[in-house]
Design a binder for this molecule. Structure first.
Ligand SMILES: [Zn+2]
Length: 637
């Protein structure tokens, strides 16, 4: 599957290049880099007027849409996410029929009353000033165009809409469990993404988002007592106040009919969230790097932990920008709202009364890297977002915990290389018999539990285990290369793998072919150890179906350690040594062979133990057979 996609890109890239080259008369075609791919562009201009008594708002939206694809588009699609919160919606039916419903949803949508449901009603829609035909089908607005949008052209869509904010069920809504009035996620009619796979007009059933990058200009008119936080830079702080003014600046609130108009601008994002409450309090922290961090929460609720999370968020951005790519925006906001923790560009909504706020803040902030900035099709490849965010969170939490305790970085040993982020959850799933391939669309897993352990667990394991395959230094380099190569470009599973292939010089196609597209698992064991004079013969065994390279660590009774390394022949190379310990590189293991024999040049009596991957980075589903130990501590001394 990976290979097919690869050659499709290549032929398309060559075709596009030769077309370009012909029209410019540039002579012979060179190969086009595989990180250049066309992408749609969008500019949103929205004005909404909120009525906090009825929880309804009127909206006007202007969208400038640029079709950078090679295709003439005779239809477009918008998401109308609020419509999911109506009895009988696909989200409702799915929640009432899946074997393990989300506890936040269950049958709550089914039981919503008229004034509690959500909706987005389209009052008018025009393309370049002319009315167009459209139909609302559940959470998708289908728009038919008489005049197709030509490749390379920019058009204007003008819409008037009316919305009712649903009672908070999932992610978005009013009056959440902690009393936050408005958690405004998925609140506007949002253009679906069109890419090399065509339209992605997925119904809103449960999870994960994919959108067009662009610039947002949003004006929100709301009761003057409400404080707003969210995606975007506030343009008129002195007309607003509410803690957005800088010290020494004079606020002159511009109140009209009891309302303030908040004007936000957000460049190069694919979504826009805002939250509002009359009892919010607002704190700011500017980091050493000049990043403005905003913390917005209900006054008097869990103040101690909200104060603690501020300097920890600074540590998070410091570590993340160094190890996962430079954060490109000037602002990030941590806001109380929603129903757990949820990521949005330049911001997060988290429930605010939990014991510690930093774990959830770290995870959601890391989504700004993988969901916000890299922006893979998260509905289709949720593991590239949830998994990578989880992996990054493991490292950042280690860093914050060390830094808080004043500890320095531990010395690198064979046992503590990298981490095993996600593996426990993945191994549990693998053994449960309920695993589905990681390539499953996020909405289409049979069970919510299988989705979570796959997207978060196996997705994180994909990354932590890759450190074992290519070496931690290559992994570190690759994480930054991947970010630089693919930021704002929607990478797919092949693209991320290619970034790591390029930095490591190793062939890795087999890694996705097994770990992403199948549920085949990894189990290696030490089968036999036999002394023969001054030498020791060892037989390793591949028990599981997924092949892996081997780090076999021999510990001698004198305490010294030695690494015996066997790459997979299909890797076409070896990872570099990862520690100062002596390493012996054996001939490659051809994956077809279930066993592998090698010799240690010392007598068996010298050996204390032989262990496959003591670092624990390989997602081996049965660790019991990984270690051979001399069981007689007394006899051999
Ligand atoms: Zn997440």
């Amino acid at each position: 599957m990976t290979k097919k996609i690869g050659s499709y890109f290549l032929s398309m890239a060559l075709l596009m290049f030769s077309l370009q080259a012909c029209s410019q008369g540039n002579g012979p075609a060179a190969t086009k880099p595989d990180n250049e791919r066309w992408q749609q562009a969008i500019e949103y201009k929205m004005e909404i007027d909120m009525d906090v008594k009825t929880n309804r708002f009127q909206g006007v939206q202007n969208v400038k849409y640029t079709n950078n694809s090679p295709d003439a588009l005779d239809q477009v699609f918008y998401h109308l996410y609020f419509n999911a919160f109506q009895p009988g919606s696909m989200m409702d039916v799915r929640s009432r029929t899946i074997a393990d419903p989300d506890r936040r949803v269950r049958d709550r949508i089914f039981n919503l009353k008229e004034d509690e449901i959500g909706y987005q009603k389209i009052k008018s829609l025009k393309l370049n000033g002319k009315p167009v035909k459209y139909e609302v089908v559940g959470t998708v607005l289908e728009v038919q165009l008489d005049q197709p949008i030509a490749p390379g052209s920019t058009v204007d869509f003008d819409m008037e809409f009316e919305a009712q904010v649903p009672v908070q069920i999932r992610r978005t809504g009013r009056d959440n469990a902690e009393g936050v009035r408005y958690s405004m996620a998925q609140w506007f009619p949002k253009m679906a993404e069109y890419d090399y796979q065509g339209w992605h007009a997925d119904e809103y059933i449960g999870r994960e988002f994919y959108g067009v990058w662009g610039n947002f200009d949003v004006k929100i008119k709301i009761d003057k007592d409400y404080l707003i936080g969210g995606t975007g830079y506030l343009q008129n702080p002195l007309e607003i106040g509410h803690g957005y003014e800088n010290e020494g600046e004079t606020v002159n609130q511009k109140v009209e009919n009891g309302k303030l108009t908040w004007h936000f601008v957000a460049p190069n994002v694919h979504d826009f969230m805002w939250a509002a409450d009359p009892d919010y309090t607002h704190k700011k922290l500017t980091t050493k790097d000049g990043l403005e961090l905003h913390f917005i929460h209900k006054k008097g609720q869990n103040e101690e932990n909200w104060n603690k999370v501020m300097p920890q968020t600074e540590m998070l951005f410091e570590y993340a920008s160094k190890h996962f790519g430079k954060y490109p925006y000037k602002q990030f906001s941590v806001i109380q709202g929603g129903d757990g923790g949820m990521e949005y560009p330049m911001s997060t909504l988290i429930t605010g009364s939990r014991g510690s706020l930093i774990g959830v803040t770290v995870h959601e902030a890391m989504h700004d890297w993988y969901h916000g900035i890299l922006g893979s099709n998260e509905a289709l490849h949720p593991w590239m977002d949830e998994g990578f965010a989880s992996y990054a969170s493991t490292r950042i939490m280690d860093y914050i915990n060390r830094k808080t305790k004043g500890e320095s970085e531990p010395e690198v040993t064979l046992e503590n290389l990298g981490n095993n982020s996600g593996q426990r959850s993945y191994v549990g799933l693998s053994k449960s018999g309920r695993e589905e391939p990681l390539s499953t669309h996020s909405d289409h897993y049979n069970l919510n539990g299988a989705y979570s352990s796959s997207a978060y667990g196996k997705g994180a394991a994909w990354m932590s285990q890759l450190g074992y395959v290519i070496g931690e230094k290559n992994l570190d380099k690759g994480l930054l290369t991947y970010f630089e190569d693919w930021k704002f470009k929607h990478p797919n599973p092949n693209d991320v793998l290619r970034s790591f292939e390029k930095v490591s010089g190793l062939e890795l196609d087999w890694y996705n072919e097994y770990f992403v597209y199948t549920t085949k698992s990894i189990d290696y064991g030490v089968k036999e150890v036999k002394g023969e004079g001054n030498k020791t013969n060892v037989t390793l065994e591949r028990v599981g179906m997924m092949p892996m390279p081997m780090d076999v660590v021999v510990t001698y009774k004198d305490g010294t350690k030695e690494v015996h390394y066997m790459a997979l022949r299909m890797m076409r190379g070896e990872k570099p040594a990862e520690t100062q310990d002596k390493r012996i590189v054996h001939p490659d293991w051809a994956w077809v062979s279930p066993t592998y024999d090698f010799t240690i040049d010392r007598p068996m009596a010298d050996i204390a133990s032989i262990e496959i991957d003591p670092s624990g980075r390989m997602a081996d589903v049965e660790r019991g057979n990984n270690k051979w130990e001399v069981n007689s501590l007394k006899t051999n001394k």
